[in-house]
Ligand binder design. Structure first.
Ligand SMILES: [Fe+2]
Length: 207
């Protein structure tokens, strides 16, 4: 069962190029709202009449469908806020993986930024556990475009709510501000947490 969730606090108040108001509304209202909805859905699923399940309309269908929207929204937002607050300088094992799989950091960054301009929801640099590569994935909504067996490493929110207060329609400059605040130490922490460097070595040897 999914545990009862709590809002994770924002580890900073403002960032260069991202105002306190922008971050606070995004964190407290949007992300906080998704946390509440996950808990609400879990509560309703306990009492829903399973015998009425129907793929055109039924409460169980609606709850299970919106559960994916709300859960993905929580996970993606927690990664997004956590991978900000750094100096923007990529380093460590994640940089090695990017260089190996994309040829260079510059090439990867071009791809990541373009994915950000072309997506309606998110861009996620993820480590794929089946192919042992890092790859930029675009998601058009929290629950549209997600990939199984892939660990999100670095997450960019391109929903308008992420930048409209500070940038209006200027998404390009928002993405630049996002990149300047990237917290690659946090990203390398995920690589370490899941043992991805050793996994990659072992899987490449075995291939
Ligand atoms: Fe968001």
């Amino acid at each position: 069962m999914i545990p009862t969730l709590e809002v994770k606090p924002l580890p900073y108040t403002s960032l260069p190029g991202l105002s306190e108001n922008q971050l606070k509304q995004h964190h407290d209202v949007l992300y906080g709202g998704y946390v509440k909805k996950v808990n609400e859905i879990q509560g309703k699923l306990k009492d829903v009449d399973l015998s009425e399940a129907n793929a055109t309309f039924s409460m169980v269908r609606e709850l299970k469908l919106e559960e994916t929207f709300a859960v993905d929204a929580v996970k993606l937002h927690e990664g997004y806020f956590a991978n900000l607050g750094g100096n923007g300088q990529a380093s460590g094992p994640v940089l090695d993986m990017i260089n190996e799989d994309y040829g260079s950091y510059h090439r990867w960054e071009q791809d990541f930024r373009a994915a950000g301009m072309g997506s309606r929801g998110w861009v996620v640099l993820a480590y794929d556990l089946d192919w042992n590569v890092v790859h930029n994935f675009s998601l058009d909504a929290h629950n549209f475009g997600d990939i199984f067996n892939a660990i999100p490493l670095f997450i960019l929110d391109v929903y308008e709510h992420a930048y409209f207060i500070d940038y209006g329609t200027n998404r390009k400059d928002y993405i630049s501000a996002f990149m300047q605040n990237a917290n690659w130490d946090y990203v390398n922490g995920i690589v370490e947490k899941y043992g991805l460097v050793n996994r990659r070595k072992m899987m490449k040897k075995a291939a």
